[in-house]
Write a protein that binds this ligand. Structure first.
Ligand SMILES: NC(=O)c1ccc[n+]([C@@H]2O[C@H](COP(=O)([O-])OP(=O)(O)OC[C@H]3O[C@@H](n4cnc5c(N)ncnc54)[C@H](OP(=O)(O)O)[C@@H]3O)[C@@H](O)[C@H]2O)c1
Length: 263
């Protein structure tokens, strides 16, 4: 996720800054990709001997090592009211970061994996210290990797995580199911892959580009007494249909998000 963000930021025509990346095992392709741009790579924060006042620090490590990471940021970098911290760590509340860094400007962001295809969906929420300039800068960054929304309060992050953070996996599973059913129907694996992938890509493109509500798109493609109507009867069933199953799945994912945040 960190690499996707870096790519979005650095490859943008509007980018005119300098980036330092701290990453223990830097992959050669990253170094190669960013060779001609103003990106410096360090394998340890302690290698940063200069004292730069960073405008913005992104934290994109795994959440389970958040304490170690924020303590090391505090001990090795200059962090004050002029430095914006952006954390994409799932389940780590702003208050947990403030316990370590104090009430410096902090924004919590929840992107999803589609960011690596520059079609991500990110939710953002900041603490009281952030300024309008911080909001503008972060808007610009997350717009480079897809769409973004600002939440009204941090508790919405759990619902958002369950819907959008996990959302791509639901669609990957839907694609996987279509593929498996195509194989059961006698198509080869290659053909089944092509069919299932193109359904998701084509439908996604229509949802995005047509500007038509998905319900209307569905109704437009459902001829009375036709094949789609016959299939949809099963999926739209009030008791055993897809809506209830999806709601159940999202409620479970949300519960898990709350559990992780409370730990
Ligand atoms: N993937 C998603 O869809 C998604 C969505 C929303 C939010 N997030 C959040 O994004 C974060 C990263 O997720 P990910 O899937 O990208 O995980 P990941 O691929 O494991 O990325 C974590 C990166 O942090 C590096 N790292 C470990 N220790 C470090 C240190 N001390 N200093 C600097 N870098 C260090 C890791 O390097 P090594 O590999 O060498 O250990 C790795 O490159 C997580 O907090 C996750 O909750 C992910």
């Amino acid at each position: 996720m960190g690499s996707s963000l870096l790519e979005g930021i650095v490859k943008s025509d509007n980018f005119d800054g300098m980036v330092d990346v701290i990453e223990p095992a830097i992959q050669d392709f990253l170094k190669e990709d960013f060779k001609k741009r103003k990106v410096n790579f360090y394998s340890d924060i302690k290698e940063k001997k200069d004292t730069i006042d960073y405008d913005l620090i992104f934290v994109a490590t795994k959440p389970n090592i958040y304490e170690e990471i924020f303590i090391s940021l505090k001990n090795n970098l200059i962090i004050n009211n002029e430095t914006l911290i952006v954390s994409i760590l799932a389940g780590i509340r702003i208050s947990k970061i403030e316990e370590i860094l104090g009430s410096v400007p902090i924004i919590r962001a929840m992107p999803n994996i589609a960011a690596s295809a520059l079609e991500g969906m990110t939710a953002l929420i900041g603490n009281k210290t952030i300024t309008n300039k911080d909001i503008l800068n972060v808007d610009l960054i997350f717009e480079l990797i897809g769409e973004k929304i600002w939440l009204e309060n941090e508790t919405q992050m759990d619902s958002f995580t369950a819907i959008s953070g996990s959302g791509p996996a639901y669609f990957f599973f839907f694609t996987e199911c279509l593929k498996n059913i195509a194989i059961e129907e006698g198509f080869t694996e290659d053909v089944s892959n092509k069919i299932s992938q193109q359904i998701i890509i084509g439908s996604g493109k229509l949802v995005k580009d047509s500007g038509i509500d998905p319900k209307e798109l569905r109704e437009n493609v459902t001829s009375p007494n036709g094949t789609t109507e016959a299939g949809l009867k099963i999926l739209l069933d009030n008791e055993t249909g897809l809506l209830d199953k999806l709601r159940e799945a999202i409620i479970e994912a949300k519960k898990r998000s709350i559990e992780i945040s409370d730990n």
